[in-house]
Design a binder for this molecule. Structure first.
Ligand code: ADP
Ligand code: MG
Length: 699
């Protein structure tokens, strides 16, 4: 048996990262590639040839026979098409070859990917282009090349391109902004992300018996078990053996792919777990999160388990999200959300903080829609996840500092005094600053944690929209303050500006309980938007102010935003349609026949008992009750079918989504309630699908 490798030995063994590049590439090519990666220099064909060849040799040593351009279209999953390295020789043999051209550009057939009408207007084919800022890796016999996906006329067809553009724009804006505060050395700023991934694990045997899980990722029927999560005995509980074995395997696979899987634990709901990686740049972090989700699903299957990434697989217990921890770091190693130790650093930090406050208030709709999907609609605002209303949590102490700034007073406690530009800020304890888990956007000491993102979402969208907002606000501050940079009056100007901003935008700060009913009313009083569903918030993507900032920073043009809005709304309708039809099918093929058979048995029992001269009161009562419920259930199936057909007839994309949301979804809920009531009355042996207890308590 071979010795098991240590973690540092196995770490990133399947990744063509900087270390491998340094070893494998000629010095001049390595240096050139680094300039391309760090400063966005153009890639020439000569460099590409050399890199491709080195990559191929390295990949073949790791068992690869194929390569694939790996991209993130608007479908929501990643896409790949594999070509082998094989080239024929004149004597009928084969050699392994990989050209620079094949590394740099691919031409997948784009016609089957959603483009939201963009391709009709431009009639363009799509192509993929290597993104050298993310790392290539080997997996399952193929060399994976991270790429962007665009049309020949330049329209964006994927999720990565806007992210890269937003990072570029933010870097430029932030470098200029930092100069105001004497930060002359900084030449680039990168946004960072650490995505905590929640997921459910259930046994494959139970999964295979549930068409709803197979077809839609969530249970569409299922009575709540007698025990939910009310005992709080699952969170951080010790890991059951099968889960522990799965997690150990998962860690190993992620480490080999260069993903710093760091923390693992049981989550709040039974069968729910979490994996948190160490943060990295938003670009790499997005790719790695996509990879993480894929690896989770595959590793689970090896253990006879299924990983559910849906936001709400089970009603009545917590859903799954993805906490998107976000910050900005400079090329000289400063975390821009770290308050710092000196008055000048503090001034810079507070200005950035106020830029975020202003931005989140002005663009709350963009933040909200960045996390909107049919699946996440079951979570947001549903009592356990952050509410659908956007607000910011800063913690009491930081909030008090801001109040002092707004009121022009000095912040004083028994132990410390703070005046902008004069004293250093009190140091805010990291992590423990925030145990307010109800806030959608919380400051946690040296980063912001955006908690609305759904567990199955690609994190590119929340990150590029947040980046776009920050670009807008940092440039706003820069324009206001640049005339005073380096002058004696600078600090005073900053203070005045912060005061003004805080006065206007403090309504977005909320430190209380985001789950409470009072907050909904309070938010309304404050004039904060509340969009309970995808259908309500998505149309705001194309609001003038949003189009303005997204196009100003070169992230999207107006057509691309319109296309994206349509893709999201269409997807919403498709998800609901599939769910409704799955319900109808399960109801007709499994659930209703089970009730009918059972009531028939009851009736036979009644006849037999009466012939024997005894009463059959219980059987009669049960039969009556179940027959009534079955009748209502039958009607509900007919109604739902009718409503789905009507929804499908809506020609307008928004109108259709609205129809699904306001007419179809409530009928689905009604039907479920009926079924769940029937399930509670029927004996387990007569119910045709695994129940909640079997699914969430049996691993
Ligand atoms: P909690 O469960 O309290 O939210 P975790 O430690 O599980 O905290 O997760 C915190 C996440 O935040 C980790 O993924 C971590 O790498 C990430 N993080 C820490 N600092 C930064 C930063 N500067 N930028 C982005 N993410 C960060
Ligand atoms: Mg967290």
């Amino acid at each position: 048996m071979s010795e098991k490798k240590s973690v540092p030995e196995m770490f990133a063994t399947n990744v063509f990262n900087t270390e491998v590049m340094k070893q494998r590439l000629p010095k001049n090519v390595y240096k050139k590639l680094m300039r391309i990666i760090e400063h966005g220099e153009n890639l020439d064909m000569e460099t590409a040839e050399v890199v491709a060849n080195a990559m191929k040799d390295w990949a073949i040593e790791r068992g690869a026979t194929h390569y694939t351009h790996w991209f993130q279209p608007m479908t929501g999953s990643t896409a790949e098409k594999h070509d082998s390295f094989i080239e024929p020789t004149p004597d009928g043999m084969a050699i392994m070859q990989f050209s620079g051209k094949a590394l740099v550009k691919g031409e997948p057939d784009a016609s089957s990917f959603p483009s939201g009408g963009l391709r009709q207007t431009s009639n363009a084919r799509g192509y993929t282009a290597w993104d050298p800022t993310s790392w290539c890796f080997v997996k399952e016999g193929s060399l994976y090349i991270p790429t962007v996906f665009v049309s020949y006329t330049g329209e964006i067809l994927d999720k990565k391109t806007p992210l890269l553009r937003s990072m570029d724009a933010l870097s430029k804006v932030a470098v200029r902004f930092l100069k105001l505060f004497g930060n002359e050395r900084v030449t680039s700023v990168k946004t960072t992300v650490g995505a905590e991934q929640e997921y459910f694990i259930i046994d494959k045997k139970t999964y295979d018996q549930r068409d709803d899980l197979i077809l839609t990722g969530r249970t569409l029927f299922g009575a709540k078990p007698p025990k939910g999560q009310e005992m709080d005995d699952q969170y951080f509980a010790n890991l059951r053996p099968r889960i522990a074995a799965f997690m150990a395997d998962l860690d190993e696979e992620l480490w080999k792919l260069g993903i710093y899987s760091k923390t693992k634990h049981n989550e709040v709901a039974p069968a729910q777990h979490e994996m948190a990686p160490i943060f990295t740049t938003s670009n790499l972090g997005t790719d790695q999160n996509e990879l993480t989700m894929e690896v989770m699903e595959k590793v689970a299957l090896r253990h006879g388990l299924v990983c559910l990434l849906h936001e709400k697989p089970f009603e009545g217990v917590n859903g799954s999200g993805k906490h998107n921890n976000w910050s900005m770091s400079t090329n000289d190693g400063q975390n821009l959300l770290d308050p710092g130790d000196t008055p000048m650093e503090n001034l810079q930090f507070l200005t950035i903080l106020c830029a975020l406050i202003k931005g989140v208030d002005e663009y709350a709709d963009l933040m909200r829609l960045s996390a909107a999907s049919a699946g996440n609609d079951h979570r947001l605002g549903a009592d356990e996840a952050p509410p659908a209303i956007i607000s910011m949590f800063l913690g009491e102490e930081l909030d008090a500092v801001l109040k002092a700034i707004e009121e022009g007073t000095v912040y004083k406690t028994q132990t410390r005094t703070f005046e902008i530009g004069v004293n250093a800020l009190p140091s805010f304890p990291k992590d423990s600053t925030d145990r307010n888990r109800t806030s959608p956007f919380a400051f946690t000491g040296n980063r912001f944690e955006f908690r609305m993102v759904g567990s199955s979402d690609n994190i590119a969208c929340p990150n590029f929209l947040l980046n776009a907002i920050v670009c807008e606000e940092l440039s706003w501050f820069t324009e206001k303050l640049e005339p005073f940079a380096g002058t004696e009056g600078f600090e005073k100007e900053v203070k005045e500006l912060l005061k003004e901003v805080l006065h206007k935008h403090r309504r977005i700060i909320f430190n209380g309980d985001g789950y409470s009913v009072e907050w909904v009313q309070e938010a309304k009083r404050r004039g904060l938007p509340n969009y309970p569903s995808t259908v309500d918030c998505m149309p705001h993507y194309t609001d003038e102010k949003n189009v303005r900032i997204l196009s100003k920073f070169g992230i999207f043009n107006a057509d691309e935003i319109k296309a994206r809005t349509e893709i999201h709304l269409e997807k919403y309708s498709k998800v609901r349609r599939i769910e409704a039809r799955t319900m109808i099918q399960m109801a007709r093929k499994q659930l209703l026949p089970a009730v009918l058979e059972y009531t028939q048995n009851l009736c036979q029992g009644i006849v037999i008992k009466k012939q024997a001269g005894s009463t059959a009161i219980t059987e009669e009562k049960m039969n009556e009750r179940l027959t009534d419920l079955a009748d209502a259930f039958y009607d509900s199936i007919q109604d739902l079918e009718q409503l789905v057909n009507e929804a499908c007839e809506c020609k307008d994309i928004l109108e259709q989504a609205q129809y699904f949301r306001s007419k179809v979804l409530p009928e689905m809920e009604r039907m479920r309630t009926l079924s769940d009531t029937i399930e509670r009355i029927m004996p387990r042996s007569a119910w045709p699908i695994p129940d909640y207890s079997e699914m969430i308590y049996n691993v």
